[in-house]
Design a protein around this ligand. Structure first.
Ligand SMILES: Cc1ncc(C[n+]2csc(CCOP(=O)(O)OP(=O)(O)O)c2C)c(N)n1
Ligand SMILES: [Mg+2]
Length: 892
């Protein structure tokens, strides 16, 4: 902006310029701004026709977007609201400061809420709906580390106790307190959205707004004026996730979405844009994408100065200064601002001649002026046809004086000195004694006091308290047993892959009465890869605008059908966007009272390692649903090279506490797991979600062994016991995913060529087996005087004979998870190392998880155990055509 201003060409005919401006002013005054917009648009077109270069500016002057003359008077009781806000401020500060005095280093944040207070309070008193009649209300994403302010308000409302505040970050003490940040996992009745990992709030809120429209358009929820509000940090906007999906909000015309960026000009270490202006930069980015941008920069007390400024110098000066300077103007006080800001031009210096330094120091920024904030919010509420972002200029550490106002270390200031507390108390007129104030006591007037009564009255008018998380009762009935019956039987030619079997199951589930419509398939541009294109026509791809064109393949059976009522969420190439959509769907049971059952299917490699943080946030949100890592396996996905071949997602999955991860081999395993998963998540309301690997290798889908349902969900079952008569030795072969087929082949070779009996086990989940074993082991540890219990994995292998060779298409450490409970017997074969663009058989030989390698591993271990002739074992390696000296895949 600065450059643009100074680079403007010289005015060759100021009189003519003045006439044009006057003409425009007359239009605005006489016919209104809409008419002026129309005329400017027409003129722009004409200019372009005539070859005139129309100047493009992504940003507007550095002033409020809503002009002062448009401001409506504030509807609330300003004095009472100021009291309330002061009390919230005090309690937020006192809670953090007190806690850091008694428990040094416990952490917490003071300065962020100090900058955000007015932005939130205006929302709480006038905008945030707790409900719309009997419908859930607005969904508010709070800046995570501003949680002290949200707690302090809930304390004044009587929703949180003094004990809870006193035990901030002491969740494990005798009287448990409040969690550091918004964590639904830790405070499930309170917080809805975990936001503190920067960037997750912005992207999740965009897809929340999109998913809300999806539910409305499909008739699953009533249409209401409900909004998604997302309060974000200006530093946070640097995360790619923060701005990476803003185009979606425009495309989808999400006028149910309001971003409020708390532009306090600072992040953790220092200024967000010391050498520039974050508000102008964000304005350009959002305007360029088509958002409605409302800048709320200056408070009402500046209006008088704007009016007085006939020279235009004030706006020029405002536009010239960079954020690093604005930070100093606040940090160094009124005298400094008079000299360094207003003093830069005689015209601007004159504007403040009649003001004291103190008055200059107190000139408000827009984000601290309730009237300006109210008008910005009002404009956002009234905007239709697209999303709005409010860029509100605030002061980090507002009210903290020298303890932090606009100071670089403000972010990390956790406790105030006694003198600083005193300044704070005086400034916000907190009726505590000096001693109480110094001790950072909390202060809550009686519920009958005018300020508290006012708070309650406002919340009553707006339909209830926020934040609040209220999952409804289960609305889901069991998937009828017959739905999965067909999957229990062996497949016929042509044999399907587990991916195909899953897609068939999904479409079958979509036909189940009542449940079917709540199944939400989500896919990022890979539906054809997974054989899902048949679903396009049958269920339609959700498109808020319907289908505005006749698809070129409309005469084909499986044409590309987009529809406003479409059920499939085809997100395009965005795993992050898809994960955000999955999050909105997987938490709909809590936010909308709709038991949506999302199935998000994607390339397994582009899941955990790409959007792992979002998956973690999903777990924190108590999300439910199914993640399907398709094209799974480091050797099964052939020809794709090392950036596609996933050999570790199961390991990463094991790190998420509420995630049950499975690596199924056969169609019936998938069917049993999915049916049981729906029972646990939606009927029994357990807080967990599922990850299943799906492969694209076609092989015979086996007949389900009798009575294996329980083992399938627990993680292991006996697939086939060897019937070899008089074997020389015995081994236990464990397989998962398509490597189960290799294990089956290995069992045949071992029996036929080496007279070794191999019992076959299918392991659906090493992760689940380990978790159960750890749980039992812990119980045993804590109950040494009672008879020890036995983990399931030990029960299963009790009485079995020989080494246990466990092979999968994942890293060996996945199988190793159960090794501690099978001492001395366990051998893992897996896919450690980078992938290759090879075909399956070569890959499996390279990684040593093919049938031949399983045979060799079994014989070798038998030999080491003294149960098989070592020379014969060595010879078998040659017979299996394996080169003992070949490179180790782990490092190759
Ligand atoms: C992904 C991620 N990286 C780093 C952090 C650590 N962190 C917490 S707050 C913060 C600064 C935030 O600055 P801003 O977004 O401007 O918020 P403000 O406190 O200024 O309102 C950082 C870096 C985080 N929470 N998440
Ligand atoms: Mg900031």
């Amino acid at each position: 902006m600065h450059q643009q201003l100074t680079e403007r060409p010289v005015d060759l005919d100021p009189r003519e310029t003045a006439e044009w401006i006057e003409a425009l002013d007359q239009i605005v005054e006489g016919a209104g701004p809409d008419r002026a917009t129309f005329l400017l648009d027409k003129l722009t077109d004409r200019a372009r026709e005539n070859g005139v270069a129309v100047p493009f500016r992504a940003s507007t002057p550095y002033v409020n977007t809503v002009p002062a003359w448009q401001d409506v008077p504030y509807p609330g009781d300003r004095a009472l609201e100021r009291r309330i806000k002061s009390l919230v401020r005090w309690n937020a500060m006192a809670m953090v400061s007190h806690q850091n005095k008694v428990d040094d280093g416990i952490g917490g944040h003071i300065s962020t809420y100090a900058s955000l207070a007015t932005l939130l309070e205006v929302g709480f008193n006038h905008f945030f709906h707790g409900s719309y009649g009997d419908q859930p209300g607005d969904l508010v994403y709070f800046q995570g580390h501003a949680s002290p302010g949200v707690y302090a308000r809930a304390f004044l409302e009587g929703r949180l106790s003094e004990d809870q505040l006193h035990n901030f970050r002491h969740e494990l003490r005798a009287t448990p307190g409040l969690s550091s940040y918004p964590h639904p996992w830790l405070m499930p009745d309170f917080w809805q959205f975990p936001t503190v990992s920067m960037g997750i709030g912005p992207i999740n809120s965009i897809y929340q707004a999109r998913f809300m429209r999806y539910l409305e358009n499909r008739g699953l929820i009533a249409k209401t004026p409900r909004k998604v509000w997302a309060f974000l940090g200006d530093g946070e906007m640097d995360e790619p996730e923060s701005t990476g999906a803003i185009g979606v909000a425009v495309r989808e015309k999400l006028d149910n979405l309001i971003f409020v960026v708390n532009c306090n000009l600072q992040r953790l270490d220092g200024p967000v844009r010391g050498n520039g202006k974050i508000i102008q930069e964000l304005e350009g980015i959002f305007r360029g994408s088509g958002w409605n941008v409302i800048k709320c920069i200056w408070g009402t007390d500046w209006d008088r100065l704007f009016e007085k400024d006939t020279s235009g110098r004030l706006i020029q000066l405002m536009t010239e200064c960079v954020d690093g300077e604005y930070q100093s103007f606040k940090a160094k006080g009124g005298a400094y601002a008079r000299k360094e800001f207003f003093g830069r031009y005689p015209e601007t210096a004159a504007l403040v001649e009649d003001m004291t330094d103190e008055e200059i120091g107190h000139l408000h920024r827009g984000g601290h002026d309730p009237a300006k904030v109210y008008n910005a919010y009002k404009a956002a509420m009234e905007h239709t046809g697209g999303p709005t972002v409010i860029l509100a200029k605030t002061i980090k550490g507002y009210g903290l004086g020298e303890a932090g106002e606009s100071r670089n270390p403000a972010h990390n200031s956790k406790k105030l000195k006694e003198t600083e507390v005193e300044v704070f108390r005086a400034r916000f007129e907190i009726p505590l004694s000096e001693e109480e104030a110094r001790a950072c006591s909390l202060y809550r007037p009686p519920q009958s006091s005018p300020e508290i009564a006012y708070m309650h009255e406002r919340r009553r008018a707006l339909g209830g308290y926020l934040p609040s998380r209220k999952p409804g009762p289960s609305k889901t009935t069991a998937i009828p047993a017959e739905v999965i019956e067909e999957y229990r039987h062996a497949s016929k030619e042509p044999h399907p892959s587990t991916t195909m079997a899953f897609v068939r199951l999904l479409t079958r589930l979509m036909k189940v009465p009542d449940i079917g419509k709540r199944i939400i398939p989500i896919v990022p541009d890979e539906a054809r890869t997974f054989g899902m294109e048949g679903m396009f026509r049958a269920y339609g791809i959700y498109a808020s605008g319907g289908q505005l064109y006749k698809p070129h393949d409309s005469d084909m059976l499986l044409f590309y059908k987009e529809s406003k009522e479409g059920q499939i969420l085809e997100e395009g190439i965005t795993e992050a966007g898809s994960m955000a959509e999955f999050t909105a769907a997987g938490t709909a049971y809590a936010n909308y009272g709709v038991d949506a059952i999302p199935f998000y299917i994607y390339y397994s490699m582009f899941g955990f390692q790409r959007v792992g943080d979002m998956i973690w946030a999903f777990a924190d949100s108590r999300g439910k649903g199914f993640l399907l890592g398709a094209t799974a396996g480091r050797t099964t996905l052939n020809g794709e090279g090392l950036q596609h071949q996933d050999g570790h997602s199961l390991l990463l999955a094991s790190t998420v506490p509420s995630l049950a991860a499975y690596d199924p081999a056969f169609a019936y395993e998938i069917a049993v797991i999915v049916r049981d998963g729906i029972r646990r998540m939606y009927q029994d309301r357990e807080d967990l979600f599922y990850y299943l690997t799906l492969y694209n290798d076609n092989y015979p889908q086996a007949e389900q062994p009798e009575g294996s349902d329980e083992g399938i969900v627990k993680g292991i079952y006996l697939f086939k016991k060897s019937e070899l008569a008089k074997p020389k030795a015995r081994v236990q072969l464990l397989g998962s995913g398509p490597i189960m087929v290799e294990a089956i082949k290995a069992a045949v070779i071992l029996a036929e060529r080496y007279s070794v009996a191999a019992d076959l086990w299918s392991v659906t989940s090493y992760n689940e087996l380990r978790r159960e074993a750890l749980k039992i082991e812990r119980w045993n540890r804590l109950h040494p005087a009672e008879p020890a219990k036995k983990p399931y994995i030990q029960q299963v292998f009790e009485g079995t004979e020989g080494p246990i060779v466990a092979a999968s298409d994942y890293m060996k450490v996945v199988q190793d998870q159960i090794a501690p409970w099978l001492p001395g017997r366990f051998v893992a074969l897996g896919t450690d190392g980078f992938g290759r663009s090879e075909s399956r058989s070569y890959l499996r030989r390279h990684f040593e998880n093919d049938a031949a390698s399983i045979v060799v591993a079994a014989l070798s271990k038998l030999a080491r155990d003294g149960k098989f002739d070592a020379k014969k074992a060595a010879k078998a390696i040659a017979e299996m055509e394996i080169d003992s000296e070949k490179p180790d895949s782990a490092t190759a």
